[in-house]
Design a protein around this ligand. Structure first.
Ligand SMILES: Nc1ncnc2c1ncn2[C@@H]1O[C@H](COP(=O)(O)OP(=O)(O)OP(=O)(O)O)[C@@H](O)[C@H]1O
Length: 555
């Protein structure tokens, strides 16, 4: 990351204070507590900043005070930032923990924080660690709420759903997929916390709450303000100004460090990127060296397919979907034959995407009634391993290739992640390069970030990702929807040719009826959540045929 000038100045200034805190005692031979000078002496060679009202050396107090102030600031910041980040991530990600953590944060937020800190600090005594714990435990909720709301929206994005589907654990997803996005917030919180902890420590010491056996800048100020001599003589110039300026400069230094371009630009840019990503997995044993079966439905005793169902890659029976009390898909039943291409067409809002997502188990169970089998394995099963079988049997391509990948991970890393079973890195690399070659992409694409690829290249990379683990079924939701007509045609043809070459079953969701008619063995038409059959379907399809003819004539 490139630092701005203001950040460099801030870092330099802050480093100077840290150096003083670490090596400062070497700069002075006077003890900050010993009373060996006369009272209120002006600055001299012996007492560089004079003496205070009881004859202690102000310079050595300032130097030793830097240690206390920065130490308390650092500890408070570490505790507060850690709590903000971990509670924010957990509350945003886990529906179960959210009410508890968010409720607790709300409670702390509505209470007047300064008053709360004063009360707790005065009850817990004036020790350094009491102060650190009080400030650390009472100052996390604000940024926790910010991180939580970012995670709430991030977790709905498709690359997070993909990670969940290939069995990524909660900690893995939080660390690998969500933390990098909220990291700029965490960093900003760290810097702001440090700044406010320094100011807060000074204020509390100034109010007399703090460790009486240590020296800090706040205590120096409190000491100065409590003596009348400070103001009736020139002593204020060396009793108040040095610690006051020290607090001011540390605060300014941290404010300059915190003025991060990353916080603005990259975070906003990364959040702007929306959905979509291929969800795929089956470790292709021959290519990635997965010797034992990765997940075998038969072994799990969850293969429900029998008789005619074995010839069907997808079986949908009496499936209906309701969000709240709004029915989206009315009871529908159909089968998609093994090795066939079936298109799901319909007007905008007819329920195509909802249907496709339901087939892949991406819709909450409570919204679904009826059954879906992919390769004989139930998608909505209480038996978790059976339900997870879908990521072995099938791959899913979401809309919009531009935003299909996690924007802050290389393409290669996202390929390897989808294959992260027993395979070694070399095997994964070989398999990924082979899959890219199938779609005419060079191996170096693996080292690129999604924004470094064109829309067409990204679409090809997505198809490669869907092929890399050799699924039997591919569900593609408008895979070319965001491309221009020429690239769209190329990518469409590539997808269909690869599906045929690998004897896969394709369920294609599309608006493009002529294209659907051209490639499909079967068409399913949806209208307002109902399956259109009989004459109506004929009419719908013949309209598509007419459009096709018109297109040929125009061509
Ligand atoms: N999570 C949701 N909560 C409530 N309603 C939803 C949700 N998702 C979709 N819907 C509703 O379901 C209906 C079907 O939406 P869907 O996205 O499946 O349509 P579609 O046919 O794929 O449309 P398009 O072709 O424009 O993408 C719409 O009325 C939409 O408002």
């Amino acid at each position: 990351m490139k630092l701005t000038w203001s950040q460099r100045i801030g870092i330099l200034l802050f480093s100077a204070f840290v150096l003083v805190a670490i090596f400062g005692p070497m700069l002075t031979s006077n003890s900050p507590f010993s009373i060996d000078g006369e009272r209120l002496l002006p600055p001299s060679m012996k007492y560089l900043l004079g003496t205070n009202a009881i004859g202690q050396d102000i310079f050595s107090q300032l130097v030793y005070g830097a240690r206390t102030t920065l130490y308390i600031g650092l500890m408070v910041t570490v505790i507060s930032t850690f709590l903000s980040a971990s509670f924010g991530l957990l509350a945003g990600y886990s529906k179960r923990l959210d009410p508890l953590l968010n409720g607790f944060a709300n409670m702390l937020l509505v209470l007047p924080s300064l008053l709360l800190i004063l009360i707790v600090a005065s009850f817990t005594g004036g020790g350094t660690w009491q102060l650190i714990l009080t400030l650390g435990f009472l100052t996390w909720p604000g940024y926790m709420k910010l991180i939580r709301s970012s995670v709430l929206s991030l977790k709905e994005r498709e690359f997070v759903k993909a990670a969940q589907l290939y069995n990524g654990g909660t900690i893995y997803i939080l660390r690998r997929h969500l933390l990098p996005f909220v990291w700029p917030l965490v960093r900003t919180k760290f810097i702001l916390s440090f700044r406010s902890a320094v100011a807060m420590e000074a204020s509390l010491s100034f109010l007399g709450i703090g460790n009486p056996s240590t020296v800090s800048w706040g205590k120096m100020l409190q000491d100065a303000f409590s003596r009348t001599q400070t103001f009736v003589t020139d002593a204020w110039q060396w009793m108040i100004v040095p610690p006051g300026l020290a607090i001011l400069f540390v605060t300014i230094a941290l404010a300059l460090v915190g003025e991060s371009r990353m916080t603005g630009n990259r975070f906003a840019a990364s959040l702007k990127r929306k959905e979509s990503r291929v969800i795929t997995v089956k470790a292709a044993e021959q290519e990635v060296g997965c010797e034992s079966p990765c997940i075998e439905g038969e072994d799990l005793g969850c293969h429900l397919g029998a008789g005619s169902q074995l010839s069907a890659a997808i079986v949908v029976s009496d499936l209906s979907i309701t969000y709240g009390d709004k029915p989206i898909i009315h009871p529908i039943s159909f089968e998609v034959k093994q090795g066939s291409i079936t298109s799901l067409v319909g007007e905008s809002g007819s329920g195509k995407t909802t249907m496709a997502r339901t087939l892949y188990g991406l819709v909450p169970h409570e919204a679904v009634t009826g059954n879906v089998l992919i390769n004989g394995h139930p998608i909505y099963s209480n038996n978790e391993p059976c339900a997870m079988q879908r990521w072995v049997d099938a791959a899913y391509i979401f809309q919009d290739p531009r935003n299909s990948f996690n924007p802050i991970m290389t393409i290669g890393r996202q390929f390897y992640e989808a294959m992260r079973l027993q395979a070694t890195k070399e095997h994964k690399q070989t398999a990924a390069i082979a899959a890219l070659a199938e779609v005419q992409l060079e191996p170096h694409v693996l080292s690129l970030y999604p924004h470094q690829l064109s829309g067409g290249m990204l679409s090809r990379a997505l198809i490669a990702l869907s092929l890399v683990n050799k699924p039997k079924v591919l569900i593609a939701d408008e895979p070319t929807g965001a491309l221009d007509p020429i690239v769209k045609r190329e990518v469409f043809d590539l997808l269909v040719s690869k599906v045929k070459e690998h004897h896969m079953t394709l369920l294609l969701i599309t608006h493009d009826i002529p294209a659907a008619l051209h490639i499909s063995d079967e068409i399913i038409v949806l209208q307002d959540g109902f399956q259109v059959v009989g004459d109506l379907k004929e009419r719908y399809v013949s309209r598509g045929k007419q459009l096709n003819q018109l297109k040929h004539q125009l061509a």
